[in-house]
Design a protein around this ligand. Structure first.
Ligand SMILES: Cc1cc2nc3c(=O)[nH]c(=O)nc-3n(C[C@H](O)[C@H](O)[C@H](O)COP(=O)(O)OP(=O)(O)OC[C@H]3O[C@@H](n4cnc5c(N)ncnc54)[C@H](O)[C@@H]3O)c2cc1C
Length: 388
């Protein structure tokens, strides 16, 4: 039996629920919408962080905000105020509970917990198939399946940002909870980039992650040994001084994939599978917010979702060159980061990574880092540039 909806959202993660929230707060709030996910239980499994110069999305459930940031590389520590771009953190559990609560208060948004087996186009829209049902809609917005084109191709730089984090509770106050550590580079490794990322929730609690940019995942114990050593070296903490209250493992693609907006006709890719992860940084959450706004704006005005690429071409080119350097010459990448942090304010760097700069500001950033690695990257990736 097939049930008809206006829209179906396949996948209730960051992108699917952000889209549901945006629809609920738009002129399309009376549409019949189905949201399907294999697991609808909100869990404290992820944190989403981002910087923002204005009111942040989901401001009322921001878990923590920092106005100071620390970066550390080659023994040089930089602590800076974030005058324009405070750094925010949201917990996935708070986000999901907030959106579910809003959805439960309306009749026309339906949540179903089911495995999605397939999503296929039809002449009038698209069908979502589970093991015992099928549901049709004018459009399906999906964050579950990689586009066919990506499955068929091998990325030139198969980099992954992978990390394992511990949330810890210490016996004594050890953190300055007004400062987050964005990157404290591990200089004991040569063939990939790795750094510690520390989000202090309070003086006694925080999330500390060992983050790696490389092709290959590490053994779980390797990330954990690094975290344990760091806590000891930097804060003098032995395992008896803290409890690990939660573990977080994640993999985020950092790849120069071509942008594929449509999974199939009438089925739009959203979120990570919709190309919203910035290849050179892995940050996705804010870009998802822009994507869902664009989709709803398109549906409201033209009855057709806008499917624009997430980045202008010049930013895609910068990402490509930086990926090339990180992948092929990690030792050069460390030098690039060192100069970037030394010669620019973090606000300037965030503006650049958030793709809000003018060309003059781009040139200023570029002239602050060693140019030879970029000249090599431009030359060595010259064939790829035409595919952007
Ligand atoms: C641990 C972690 C931390 C991250 N931290 C940050 C951060 O700090 N800042 C940032 O900007 N980005 C971050 N990211 C990257 C990105 O923001 C997240 O991965 C984000 O969740 C992507 O949203 P999404 O909706 O595309 O995918 P997801 O949130 O993964 O949602 C996809 C949904 O689809 C469902 N699904 C998949 N297949 C099926 C199926 N066959 N049937 C039914 N349901 C299915 C899944 O259950 C899931 O709920 C992080 C990623 C990870 C993994």
């Amino acid at each position: 039996m097939s049930h008809q909806y206006d829209y179906i959202i396949a996948g209730a993660g960051a992108a699917g629920l952000s889209l549901a929230w945006e629809l609920l707060h738009s002129p399309l709030r009376d549409k019949e919408v189905l949201i399907v996910d294999s697991d609808l239980e909100p869990k404290n499994e992820k944190t989403w962080c981002f910087w923002d110069s204005g009111a942040p999305p989901f401001e009322d459930i921001i878990y923590k905000k920092w106005n100071q940031i620390e970066l550390s590389i080659f023994g040089e520590h930089v602590v800076q105020y974030l005058d324009h771009y405070p750094y925010y953190c949201l917990r996935s559990i708070d986000f999901k509970m907030k959106v579910f609560e809003a959805l439960e208060s309306v009749q026309n948004f339906t949540l179903k917990e089911m495995d999605i087996v397939d999503i296929t186009p039809t002449s009038a829209g698209a069908t979502l198939v589970t093991s015992d049902h099928s549901y049709t809609a004018e459009y399906i917005f999906q964050s579950c399946f990689l586009p066919h084109e990506h499955l068929q191709s091998t990325p030139n730089y198969p980099l992954v940002q992978h990390f394992l984090g511990w949330e810890i509770q210490c016996q004594k106050a050890i953190f300055d909870d007004s400062i987050l550590t964005l990157m404290d580079f591990d200089e004991t490794v040569d063939d990939y980039l790795a750094f510690m990322y520390l989000l202090p929730w309070s003086t006694k609690t925080g999330l500390i992650e060992y983050t790696v940019f490389s092709d290959q995942l590490l053994e779980k114990k390797e990330y954990e040994e690094k975290i344990s050593l760091y806590l000891n070296n930097r804060f003098g903490l032995q395992p008896i001084h803290y409890n690990i209250t939660r573990r977080e493992f994640g993999k985020i693609p950092m790849q120069d994939r071509p942008f594929v907006p449509w999974y199939k006709p009438n089925i739009l890719n959203i979120g990570t599978v919709g190309g919203r992860t910035k290849p050179s940084t892995g940050y996705t959450f804010k870009r998802i917010q822009q994507q869902v706004k664009d989709i709803v704006a398109g549906l409201s005005t033209d009855e057709h979702p806008k499917a624009d690429p997430p980045s202008q071409k010049r930013y895609r080119a910068y990402d490509l060159w930086l990926l090339h350097i990180i992948h092929n010459h990690p030792e050069e990448a460390r030098k690039v980061f060192n100069h970037l942090f030394k010669n620019n304010s973090i606000d300037e760097i965030f503006r650049f990574l958030g793709e809000e700069t003018t060309i003059m500001q781009d040139l200023h950033i570029m002239s602050s880092v060693p140019y030879l690695p970029f000249l090599h990257a431009i030359w060595e990736s010259r064939d790829r540039i035409w595919e952007i």
